[in-house]
Design a protein around this ligand. Structure first.
Ligand code: NAP
Length: 425
């Protein structure tokens, strides 16, 4: 590992997380790991320091420490480096394996690519993972929000994220049209006149490694079912093939008593299938039906694995059922690496006012603690957040939807959680 960075310092009070010997996926975690952190743009400056304090308190309460290594991207990087995503930042995240970031602004139409997408793709964080569970006291539009306890695995590198598109009116789009119509024989398919064309690549490598991650997660976290969600009835050779490759992983790579690949699950109901006791069942479902089932049959779903665009819609819809953006945590997983980040963006109109809800960032940090193997610290964070919210101390976004609660600032909310962590430990 190189310790030479242009403008950031490696903390001296910590040790690096490394790959476990002989493994390309397991990590070796010291009791005082160095953890890179990007505060991010907009409300990142409010929620990231709040999350840092809570995570430090949980580490401390369980006999460990975190040596933060502050990195820069977006606006803070433009001030220091005159670029959006400096080499220091990418390399430090790459070398230290586990990191956390706040939101980064992507100015619309300004010509630079989303920094979030760039980071995920450059370091091959191929699975975007979002646990969606209900915290007592959080306002929800659902009658029984507590039935929601799902984890979505969204493919992070291909499908629409591959970004292969041609703009209407360009020479390139006309070349693609000509190739598709004349050489590939789709001559009656596209309308005449201006047209935009996009490609949607879904590969065996991309699909199988995502589904493998979801199944491994289900096995490690005692989950019962992994549902592969796609639109394979219409897009047979991309979405449908994602399902086929996913089922191959379930059938071929795990013993039957551990993982049961449900036959014909797209068209059969679950009670017609004989599932071995304790096995994780892997099934397929169509994406459109899934969007209504997560609302109507919420408690039937557990871990979901999906191509990129389905994952985008379904994880946001699921998040809305349990409190929305201020609450929803996430993390990007690669092999032997993790980058935790909340689902929300930089919410510029709320920035710098010590008012944003830091729960999503704190719970993203909790996913990071789980990944470090610090389950006791992770549980402590969840319990303290839940106790604080159900005790009626909430930030503005929840306060405006509830009665009889006290509105607190970002930093007061974090103070309250830190006190609760200390009290519960
Ligand atoms: P957003 O930043 O998520 O904010 C939309 C609205 O959601 C806010 O105005 C606020 O609503 C509410 N909200 C979000 N986070 C909150 C929190 N922690 N506490 C309380 N309320 C919260 O979405 P956006 O306005 O569409 O995007 C802004 C910028 O963020 C864009 O440049 C976008 O590209 C970027 N973005 C980055 C990421 C990322 O870094 N991963 C993700 C998404 C978007 P009210 O104002 O109504 O209270």
């Amino acid at each position: 590992m190189s310790h030479e960075y242009e403008k950031v310092d490696v903390p001296e009070n910590g040790e690096p997380i490394t790959l476990a010997e002989g493994s390309d996926d397991e990590i070796d975690v010291p009791e005082n790991p160095i953890v890179p952190i990007i505060h991010g743009d907009g409300i990142g400056q409010d929620v990231a320091p709040a999350a840092q304090r809570v995570l430090e308190a949980a580490a401390d309460a369980t006999g460990r420490s975190i040596a933060w290594m502050r990195l820069y991207a977006g606006e803070s990087a433009r001030e220091r480096y005159d670029e959006n995503l400096p080499e220091d930042t990418v390399r430090a995240i790459d070398e230290h394996r586990v990191a956390i970031k706040g939101p980064l602004t992507t100015p619309v139409g300004s010509g630079f690519r989303s920094l979030n997408v760039a980071l995920r793709q450059t370091l091959d964080f191929y699975a975007n993972v979002r646990p969606t569970f209900y915290l007592q006291g959080v306002p929800s539009p659902m009658k029984a929000p507590e039935e929601m306890d799902m984890v979505t695995f969204r493919e992070n590198t291909e499908d629409v994220y591959a970004g292969i598109e041609w703009e209407q009116g360009t020479e390139e789009v006309e070349q693609v049209r000509e190739f598709v119509e004349e050489e590939m024989g789709f001559d009656e398919t596209m309308h005449d006149g201006p047209i935009g064309i996009g490609l949607k690549p879904i590969s065996e490598t991309g699909s199988k490694r995502l589904v493998r991650k979801a199944i491994d997660y289900a096995l490690e976290h005692d989950r019962e079912k992994v549902t592969l969600v796609h639109k394979g009835n219409i897009m047979k050779f991309t979405e449908g093939q994602f399902g086929t490759w996913g089922m191959e992983v379930a059938e071929e790579e795990y013993p039957d008593e551990e993982v049961f690949a449900a036959p014909d699950s797209l068209w059969e109901t679950e009670d017609e299938v004989d599932i071995p006791e304790d096995a994780v069942m892997v099934e397929e479902r169509l994406a459109d039906a899934m969007l209504q089932w997560i609302q109507l049959r919420t408690d039937e779903f557990d871990v979901l694995a999906m191509p990129n665009l389905n994952g985008d819609y379904i994880s946001d819809a699921a998040g809305a059922q349990i409190g929305g953006l201020g609450i929803a945590p996430g993390a990007n997983f690669g092999d032997g690496r993790l980058l935790a980040e909340p689902v929300h963006g930089s919410a510029p109109k709320r920035a710098g006012q010590d008012m944003a809800n830091p729960t999503a960032m704190i719970l993203s940090g909790r996913m990071m603690l789980e990944y470090l193997g610090w389950t006791d610290a992770a549980d402590l964070v969840r319990d303290a957040v839940e106790e604080t919210i159900s005790g009626g101390k909430v930030t503005y976004d929840l306060e405006r939807q509830l009665e009889g609660v006290e509105k607190v600032s970002t930093s007061e909310f974090a103070d309250e959680i830190v006190d609760t962590v200390e009290r519960l430990s």
